[in-house]
Design a protein around this ligand. Structure first.
Ligand code: MOS
Length: 733
């Protein structure tokens, strides 16, 4: 089904099941331990051997020698895979050739060997016996130092954009802001580590793995191993958090496959936690310079946003200027993405790449210029709203209700009572402050297919290679099929995450729920049509309800209509031009109240509110979970999360969950989420959009702005830790 015109009224609009806050259908399996994660498929793959990954001890240079003999003789050892004996590896689409290093070392903890043994402990013990000598080379590890060597990121579709004459308009603006903000390297820190079990049957490989994008990764495994994609089956039914780290095949999957081939039996590999930060991808640090010029009427006349980030040779930038191209009006504009070469581990997608760190900078800048103008920051944002793409005049948004989000949020949060003056509210030992930020994240749509089976009892089974990374895919897909076929939710079974199933959108960039349910919608339309053909009714006017089909004055029981053998239909959605003709984005507003200890500068977040406008909300319960999770991660980004770079040796020092700080429950107060009642018929037949990543975009700045309001100290360097705050705070008795 091609989606090329705004969605008409369709069965989803009944909202009997879709749009209802139903519990997750996979909840019982997860809470009782029946949901199998990648490392746990003991029953399907008995007798797997264990792999232990050895990571490079240098960031850049060469392996001079590797002594494996002692390890090979160690108890239980079956084989050791290295670049020397693994055979030639293809490049893949996502740098998979880099997953097994040697002799060249490109980054710290790049995998250089897999030790395979009968037990995990034996593999680990043997790995300690491997002696590696390196020739270390000088590397580039400091983004601030390499900033001068950065070049426009020409590999990007749009590395730079310019409208009007920014320099002239900025120089002429009566009120100006020119400020630089920095965000650190961050790690996904998902609960389930990257993990895989590999089994070869002849020249066919099955990989149980923890992966967000089954089809991408199936292709990449095949290309890397040099085998046909038909020979690779990827199975990823449950993912214990991905956050962008599991968009791609990583070393666990490739090394499990190589290890299993070498050992002649199944091999399982869980990437050891201390390897994850340096071995896999991370969110790269940014330096962002923002200049805004405004008239005394409070309108932006000039806005520029430049971002610098680094990556390995051939890498890509953190696209931190995306939102600045779309969020506020202003006739004269400039944005640029600059990329420096660094010899740190690969930078890539994490939790709303682009907008998440971009909004951390932009939305402090907006707070700062509003203050210079003497304007309330909510009012300033509303005054500079635009209803068209400000870089491409006349190109409308499919929906854009930023102003309503800000107004409703201000009302619900009690913003009116706020005094504009910083450090004006104290409660005992706490300075109290409130902050606001807009939320913005683009809405992407991706082709997605599904197979739907209806049996003689009226039960429905949906199969698609879509993944559920904790987001609720199982549930919204079941809701979609139940709505389309008129059956109760418990009559629908959903099977996900298997490359034998039709190719879906996968989970990433908040495109998953809207795209994948649209694919299920398309398959259900096909099934309805097939039933119509068999029984001689017009499927487009038939009503599927309560396990029955009503059409042309007749009523048919759904199961009987399917017949003894059941009926199967397969289709997918492909998206036409509507996401080019219209700018599809999601909007919101974040409000935060903090207390800052007058003496120690300890920050406590006291209240959070998010208002989101993101099309139809398919399941308000799971969507709310998504958003409060994202808000929590936003607090992490504001206050805690940072991979500390050893700039001499080139690695992330705090590479475990003890040293990499993320919020715990005690850090997070009551969080409120409001969804505007909205449908976006230009986005998909579901009239939905992404919402999960919207929940993080803007949170960091809302926290930073609240801290400024509490203390009068403006920290432009994330995370906002006590040392940075204390430096600006007056000593208080
Ligand atoms: Mo997301 S960071 O595209 O999984």
């Amino acid at each position: 089904m091609r989606f090329d015109n705004p969605a008409k009224e369709n069965p989803i609009d009944r909202l009997k099941v879709v749009g209802q806050p139903v519990d997750r259908i996979d909840g019982p399996d997860k809470t009782t331990g029946h949901a199998r994660y990648a490392y746990e498929h003991h029953e399907e793959v008995p007798g797997a051997a264990y792999g232990y990954v050895i990571g490079a001890g240098i960031a850049k240079g060469r392996i001079v020698s590797m002594e494996l003999d002692a390890a090979r003789r160690a108890p239980g050892v079956l084989t050791i895979v290295t670049a020397q004996n693994a055979g030639k590896l293809g490049k893949g689409d996502f740098n998979t050739a880099r997953l097994l290093g040697g002799p060249e070392i490109e980054h710290y903890h790049q995998a250089i060997a897999l030790v395979v043994a009968e037990t995990f402990e034996q593999a680990r013990a043997a790995a300690q016996l491997v002696r590696v000598r390196y020739a270390r080379e000088r590397g580039r590890f400091d983004l601030a130092r390499e900033r001068g060597n950065a070049a426009l990121a020409t590999g990007e579709k749009k590395p730079e954009s310019a409208v009007g004459d920014f320099d002239k308009a900025f120089a002429a603006a009566p009120v100006q802001l020119d400020a630089t903000y920095t965000t650190p390297d961050q790690s996904h820190a998902m609960m389930e580590p990257h993990a895989s079990i590999a089994r070869w049957q002849g020249d066919r490989l099955t990989l149980w793995t923890s992966n967000q994008m089954v089809n991408w990764s199936r292709g990449d495994v095949a290309r890397t191993l040099g085998i046909p994609r038909e020979n690779v089956r990827l199975i990823s039914p449950y993912v214990g958090g991905g956050f962008g780290a599991k968009l791609f095949v990583r070393a666990d999957a490739l090394l499990a496959a190589l290890g299993a081939r070498a050992a002649g039996r199944p091999v399982k590999v869980a990437l050891q936690r201390p390897l994850i930060a340096n071995n896999t991808t991370h969110r790269p640090a940014t330096i962002q310079r923002i200049r805004i010029g405004a008239g005394s009427d409070g309108r932006i006349t000039a806005i520029a946003h430049e971002s610098w980030s680094g990556d390995l040779p051939g890498g890509s930038p953190e696209t931190a200027v995306q939102q600045t191209r779309l969020l506020y009006a202003g006739a004269n504009r400039y944005t640029a993405l600059r990329l420096a070469t660094l010899d740190l581990p690969e930078g890539n997608a994490m939790r709303a790449p682009g907008e998440a760190p971009g909004m951390m900078a932009l939305e402090i800048a907006i707070d700062e210029i509003a203050e210079k103008l003497g304007l309330d920051p909510v009012e300033f944002r509303i005054r500079n709203d635009t209803q068209v793409d400000p870089e491409q005049h006349g190109r409308p948004f499919s929906q854009r209700r930023l102003v309503e989000c800000l107004r409703l949020g201000a009302e619900r949060f009690g913003w009116q009572a706020r005094s504009a003056r910083p450090r004006s509210q104290r409660e005992g030992q706490w300075w109290i402050g409130t902050g606001v930020a807009a939320a913005f994240r683009n809405n992407l749509v991706m082709a997605s297919a599904a197979r739907v089976r209806l049996d003689g009892q009226g039960r429905v089974t949906v199969e698609t290679d879509m993944t559920d990374i904790g987001t609720g895919s199982y549930t919204v897909i079941a809701q979609t099929a139940a709505e389309m076929l008129g059956v109760p939710l418990h009559q629908v079974a959903v099977r996900l995450g298997d490359s034998d199933f039709p190719v879906s959108a996968g989970s990433g960039g908040q495109w998953g729920a809207n795209s994948a349910t649209s694919g299920v919608y398309a398959a259900c339309v096909r099934l309805r049509e097939e039933l119509g053909r068999r029984h001689g009714f017009d499927a487009s006017t038939a009503v599927f309800d309560n396990g029955q089909i009503r059409a042309g004055g007749r009523t048919l029981a759904l199961g009987e209509a399917a017949g003894e053998g059941g009926i199967v239909a397969e289709d997918g959605i492909v998206f036409g031009k509507l996401d080019k003709a219209y700018q599809q984005s999601t909007f919101g507003a974040h409000f935060v109240e903090v207390g800052v200890d007058v003496a120690t500068a300890e920050v406590r977040v006291r209240r959070m509110l998010a208002v989101c406008a993101a099309g139809r909300i398919l399941n308000p319960k799971s969507a709310r979970s998504q958003v409060i999770g994202a808000m929590t991660m936003g607090v992490g980004a504001a206050l805690m999360e940072e991979l500390a770079v050893d700039k001499r040796l080139g690695f992330f020092v705090n590479h475990d969950l003890a040293g990499y700080e993320v919020p715990v429950h005690a850090d997070i107060p009551h969080q409120e989420v409001i969804f505007l009642d909205e449908t976006d018929p230009l986005s998909s037949p579901m009239k939905a959009k992404g919402v999960g990543e919207l929940g993080i975009c803007g949170v960091g700045a809302a926290v930073a702005n609240a801290i400024y309001h509490a203390t009068g100290v403006r920290v432009r360097d994330y995370p906002i830790t006590l040392d940075k705050l204390l430096a600006g705070m007056p000593m208080v008795a």
